[in-house]
Design a binder for this molecule. Structure first.
Ligand code: HEC
Length: 154
């Protein structure tokens, strides 16, 4: 057996696996918004509601509680009132609409909304260096938060 040839075969296989993974995730600029909805998972995977609850209350990630009250998290100390309370939000929006709101609220509510776009590179002019070229949430964080929001029914 020629071990160099085996090595090459392994490298080629690894390369095509990486390509598959990159294809499954949608890059922020490629997310398709149609009528206030995003029809496909941006990570290519299903969301996990439990992980999404963590993203929701994490001040370094979603920090959603800074602006939204949420009775499902009544043990958390601070609930902001800048945005509407999210109780029963899954009765008001479909999963695809919730995904659009979280990925880039400006596409749904317009540029004037104070809600950040969590999966977009359009973070305004002259972004601070640490934010340039990055999104606030990863594609999987978005799917996890959306899965969590989908549990908020009245
Ligand atoms: C800086 C404040 C702010 C933060 C942080 C924020 N939002 Fe919002 N959000 C708003 C505002 C304001 C609105 C109302 C839309 C508008 O601007 O008219 C809104 C609207 C929404 C709506 C639609 C609610 C409805 O009943 O119409 C959802 C869902 C939502 N936000 C989810 C989230 C999630 C999930 C997070 C965290 C990942 C988050 N928001 C973080 C301010 C915020």
């Amino acid at each position: 057996m020629n071990s160099a040839r085996n090595l090459i075969a392994v490298a080629v296989m690894a390369g095509s696996l990486a390509a598959t993974a990159a294809w499954a995730e949608t890059a922020p600029d490629d997310v398709k918004f149609e009528d206030g909805a995003v029809a496909m998972s941006v990570s290519g995977n299903a969301g996990d509601a439990k992980a999404g609850a963590g993203v929701f209350k994490n001040k370094k990630l979603g920090n959603c509680l800074a602006c939204h009250a949420n009775s499902d998290m009544k043990n958390e100390l601070f609930h902001g009132e800048v945005g509407p309370a999210l109780d029963g939000v899954a009765d008001r929006y479909s999963v695809d609409q919730l995904r659009a709101i979280v990925a880039n609220s400006k596409e749904v509510f317009g540029d004037q909304t104070v809600m950040p776009g969590f999966y977009t590179l359009k973070v305004g002019k002259n972004p601070a260096k640490e934010f340039a070229g990055k999104t606030i949430l990863s594609a999987q964080d978005v799917e996890d938060v959306v899965a969590y929001l989908a549990t908020l029914k009245e």
